[in-house]
Ligand binder design. Structure first.
Ligand code: PHE
Length: 455
């Protein structure tokens, strides 16, 4: 059953859409992942390559996604059905997106749950009371405790369901309008603090110095994969958010603003964390434990631990929540648009299913339900396997499909009209189509070839 376009929910305002879409993009990818992959890849040159990926690959795909959404006023599956025909194989891109949203949110919520746990430890003064030696094992204890993981995973899923339950304007938009400015303010407070630390110069040099010797092809491909994850591309999240826009809204301008905000926040997060890391003798290449182990150890030695740590971990929770909302909205909008469900049932059903799919991830480090067997089989536990699949395969595959569809299959007149409606950037149009035709697919194929070990 199709929902008539006139009845479709829309954003209340242009800034509301920008904040919601930027909220989707700015997430754990920016504050947890970006600093640690930058650290692992030696800083400088990785940052530069990442910027190039955002500009030349991420931005064109984002414009394509939002445009497809706005043009069809439909969530991913319906959008491809409208543009390519009911039985077209292109509809598979939409299905992949809905499937990815279930998988991604199921483990994303576990990491968000860790952030909630640390926020609780910080607010209640426990982190300040522990001192550096006792903070170090906290993460191991959390990771190993099935009950704690489960609790926070469910709390976080509950929060996400509660926001999406409210609908597009009164749920997603309203909360993005509160959480995003709060996130920016908290980040500025912490950046201000980092500026005063001894390690700031070293951190700046690490991030923006040009260390040629650190360049590796694997790092470059990781930068590309991460740009997809960070900009929320390849899953139809931007198609879904775009479908709540009105025709006169400016897609190109909004995409530039969203990508720029996302990139500034990733760089800002690194500029806020690395001075703390360097000032307290921690390692920049600590891997995924950077934010949950190294940073708390450093914070526990700084004056004002409770205040700073609370702000930092709350920031992480806010960032994760606005991203999780967009993942749940993809699943929800499918049930509403294609199955004709009422929003409340759609949200609760999708939320419960995703929470259940997340159980093995929440338990990966604890009871080893699936964990031990899987680790022997594929060398990764359930949680790591899902992250690997989503980041390296599913999102890039979705992105490839969207780029190929827009460049080669979509009706040319419609594509041009859509690009120029709301924005008058005629001169960019040709460049955008060119990028989607050749460089973007080639770059994504390189990521796949690398993933299977062929290059
Ligand atoms: N962009 C989000 C982040 O950086 C993750 C995300 C990916 C959200 C894909 C929606 C879709 O954390």
């Amino acid at each position: 059953m199709e929902v008539p376009v006139s009845k479709r929910s829309h954003w209340g305002s242009r800034i509301g859409f920008i904040l919601a879409a930027a909220g989707s993009a700015v997430g754990l990818g920016n504050i947890w992942k970006f600093p640690y992959v930058t650290g692992e890849n030696g800083g400088g040159i990785f940052v530069l390559i990442y910027l190039a990926c955002v500009l030349l690959v991420g931005l064109p795909v984002m414009i394509a996604e939002i445009l497809i959404g706005r043009s069809t006023q439909n969530s991913p599956v319906g959008a491809f059905k409208t543009l390519a025909g009911d039985r077209s194989p292109w509809v598979g891109i939409g299905w992949l997106g809905v499937f990815t949203s279930f998988v991604l949110l199921s483990y994303y919520s576990v990491v968000a749950g860790w952030s909630l746990h640390y926020t609780w430890l910080s607010i209640s003064g426990q982190l300040a009371g522990l001192g550096p030696e006792k903070v170090a094992p906290v993460f191991g204890q959390l990771y190993g405790s099935a009950g704690t993981n489960l609790l926070w995973h469910l709390v976080f899923m509950g929060l996400t369901v509660a926001v999406v339950y409210g609908g597009v304007a009164k749920g997603v938009e309203r909360w993005s309008r509160i959480l995003m400015p709060a996130l920016l303010i908290m980040m500025l407070v912490l950046l201000g603090k980092s500026l005063t630390l001894d390690g700031f110069g070293k951190a700046f040099h690490f991030l923006f110095g040009f260390h040629q010797d650190k360049f590796t092809a694997a790092g470059a491909l990781e930068a590309l994969g991460h740009s997809f994850f960070s900009l929320s591309l390849g899953m139809g999240a931007m198609i879904t958010y775009g479908s709540y826009l009105r025709r006169q809204d400016n897609v190109v301008g909004a995409s530039v603003t969203i990508s720029a905000l996302d990139t500034c926040i990733a760089l800002g997060a690194s500029l806020m964390l690395f001075p703390i890391i360097f000032s307290y003798g921690m390692e920049p290449a600590a891997g995924p434990g950077l934010v949950f182990i190294s940073v708390p150890i450093a914070l526990s030695q700084m004056p004002g631990t409770t205040f700073l740590a609370t702000i930092f971990f709350a920031l992480l929770v806010f960032a994760a929540l606005t991203s999780a909302i967009s993942m749940l909205e993809v699943a929800t909008s499918y049930l509403i648009d294609r199955r004709g469900w009422q929003r409340r049932w759609a949200v609760v059903t999708a939320g419960l299913t995703i929470a259940a799919v997340g159980l093995p991830s929440a338990l990966s480090g604890g009871t080893r339900l699936f964990g031990a067997g899987m680790e022997e089989l594929v060398g990764k536990n359930w949680f790591d396997s899902l992250d690997y699949l989503v980041s390296n395969w599913m999102l890039p595959l979705g992105g490839l499909g969207i780029a190929l569809f827009t460049a080669w299959r979509m009706d040319r007149r419609l594509r041009q009209e859509e690009f120029l409606s709301g924005s008058r950037l005629r001169s960019f149009y040709q460049g955008w189509v060119f990028l989607l035709k050749f460089p973007v697919p080639v770059a994504i194929l390189l990521v796949f070839l690398h993933a299977v070990g062929l290059i």
